[in-house]
Design a protein around this ligand. Structure first.
Ligand code: AMP
Length: 113
């Protein structure tokens, strides 16, 4: 497991040091538009704590943090008006295509662009 880099772009967004187009926020998660959307709706949801990947989050985060995050993901979909049809994915590790090492999920809906 790589060490968490506090200068990764999502950490900077969480600290307000880099911009984002926020679509949802609560105590567990921040969600914002992906800058390179691959579908009509393409939002990223990230936990507020320092977790490198899905593995790190699942193994290290307190149960209430894990539950709160996944509930936030469903709230994002509701807020975006896509609760009747969307997909959620997470790239894990360089071999899985992960390029930002702060755990995040992609929430996508509509035709792929
Ligand atoms: P991955 O780590 O493979 O899941 O991909 C990271 C995702 O973050 C990509 O879809 C990028 O387009 C997206 N991304 C990178 N930087 C930003 C940013 N500053 N704001 C929004 N999305 C970003």
């Amino acid at each position: 497991m790589p060490l968490y880099d506090r200068n990764n772009i999502f950490a900077r967004i969480l600290r307000g040091e880099a911009p984002c187009t926020k679509v949802y926020e609560d105590e567990f998660a921040l969600a914002f538009n992906d800058i390179r959307p691959k579908a009509r709706v393409h939002v990223l949801a990230i936990p507020k704590g320092e977790y490198v990947s899905l593995i790190d989050f699942s193994q290290s985060a307190p149960p209430e943090t894990v539950a709160g995050f996944w509930r936030a993901v469903t709230k994002v979909a509701e807020q975006l008006g896509v609760a009747d049809g969307y997909r959620v994915s997470s790239n894990v590790g360089p071999g899985g295509g992960q390029v930002v090492f702060h755990f995040h999920v992609h929430i996508l809906s509509g035709p792929r662009t």
